[in-house]
Ligand binder design. Structure first.
Ligand SMILES: [Zn+2]
Length: 104
């Protein structure tokens, strides 16, 4: 496996290049133990329940999701953040789930 950014040779299961820190996309889907997650599901969950980080939980970004969950009671920061996040997911700004598997 070769880094998709800097061309560095990497081990088979490396998800983040140690040289340039770029996330590696898994080209061989069979290696992945689950189906790529759905962009529509993630985006809609995030728009509806962004204040609870549901769309982010769905994509495996638990830390971001918890950030939204815990800032939701503070002037609805998590709610606004989560809502914008949902739009970004639907618009294709978030390309991969937490494991670097592209969202479909
Ligand atoms: Zn690299």
């Amino acid at each position: 496996m070769i880094c998709n950014k800097c061309g560095q040779t990497l081990g088979e299961d490396v998800r983040i290049c140690p040289i340039c820190k770029s996330k590696q996309q898994i080209v061989n889907y069979e290696k992945c133990s689950y189906k790529p997650r759905s962009r529509k599901v993630a985006g809609i969950l995030q728009i509806l329940f962004g204040g609870f980080g549901i769309g982010r939980f769905y994509l495996g970004y638990n830390r971001i999701a918890l950030g939204q969950l815990f800032t939701f009671p503070i002037f609805f920061i998590g709610g606004i953040w989560g809502f914008i996040d949902g739009i970004l997911i639907l618009c294709g700004q978030i390309e991969c789930d937490v494991n670097g598997v592209p969202i479909e």
